[in-house]
Design a protein around this ligand. Structure first.
Ligand code: GLV
Length: 314
């Protein structure tokens, strides 16, 4: 199925030339129109966008489908101008993000396993004090979220010899990973977790999931890596558990409000390491390929892979 001559309205926060080149390589006949160019009056068109400006959708009219150029659709669902529910909303599936997320998670795991956090503090104090390192097979790592991204994170870490457990809503089967599901299982799992990695999507069921009570259940001295969404973790509770010495530290990529304000004290907390929502960035080439394949699928009367259930949130 060819996507020649079909119109795709594109809005990306930056790197438009790279995106246009990627679409040109992946779907040379697609008529890609970067915002603020509009579709033809009454013509059929698709949309691909990430963080489009306010009023974007109202200005365009009704597309055949909307491709979200990211893995999470939570910000789109909050928009007042999103096309009605019968217009398919499609998220990126992996598109090069799973591998990046696995790298980021590993960076967090190594930080705690190899005491890099302690050595940063010792360096500030000029202290030469070797700390006992833990072996990978002695470290209990739990991955929350076992979709296209979380399953790669969990199996990558399991392949490196960590004791990996995974948790999600519906249950999963991943070789080398002990998979569990359900709220009761989550509580029990947290108590057996040395490093918690969150890659869950933000949905009505996951917002606020890592509240004070659940964070307190983590094994004493546990470290955290949050590369899911900022609205899933109570950061004030996290900071008080760090200050009380119950938890060890956290590597945080996502926040309830982004960008994080320059005067926010979390930047300066000695047990927090902060990155600006970069754990997995969208790569134009694989993303353009998924969008082109998706458009071809819709044109052939099918449903593109990655089409979301808006009610479920992913
Ligand atoms: C990034 O956070 C994404 O959802 O792709």
């Amino acid at each position: 199925m060819t996507v020649d001559k079909l119109v795709l309205c594109l809005s990306v926060p930056d790197g438009i030339h790279e995106w246009l080149e990627a679409f040109h390589r992946m779907a040379p006949g697609l008529d890609v129109r970067p915002w603020p160019a509009r579709p033809d009056e009454g013509g059929r068109f698709y949309v691909a966008a990430w963080n489009p400006p306010d009023g974007f959708f109202s200005r365009l009219g009704r597309p055949r489908a909307v491709f979200v150029l990211g893995a999470g659709i939570d910000r789109f669902l909050k928009r007042g101008d999103l096309p009605p529910a019968d217009v398919p909303l499609v998220r990126l599936l992996d598109a090069g993000m799973a591998r990046q997320m696995a790298d980021y998670a590993l960076a967090g795991v190594l930080r705690f396993q190899r005491n890099l956090d302690l050595y940063e503090e010792q360096q500030r104090q000029g202290l030469w004090r070797p700390q006992p390192a833990r072996s990978a097979d002695g470290l209990r790592v739990t991955v929350l979220g076992l979709g296209r991204i979380g399953s790669v994170v969990a199996s990558t870490l399991a392949g490196l010899g960590y004791q990996v457990s995974g948790w999600n809503r519906g249950g999963a089967l991943i070789p080398g990973v002990s998979c569990r599901s359900g709220m009761e299982a989550l509580d029990a799992l947290l108590a057996e977790t040395d490093v918690l990695i969150n890659v869950l999507p933000s949905t009505p069921a996951t917002r606020g999931l890592l509240d004070r009570r659940r964070l307190s259940l983590l094994a004493p001295g546990a470290g955290l890596v949050n590369c899911g969404r900022g609205d899933q973790m109570d950061l004030d509770a996290l900071v008080s558990l760090l200050d009380a010495g119950h938890l060890r530290g956290a590597l945080l990529d996502v926040f309830p409000t982004e960008p994080l304000a320059a005067d926010n004290p979390w930047w300066r907390h000695p047990k927090l390491r902060i990155t600006p929502h970069v754990a997995a960035v969208t790569l134009p080439e694989p993303a353009a390929r998924q969008v082109a394949d998706g458009i071809a699928c819709f044109e052939a009367g099918g449903t593109a892979a990655g089409t979301v259930d808006r009610g479920r949130g992913y």
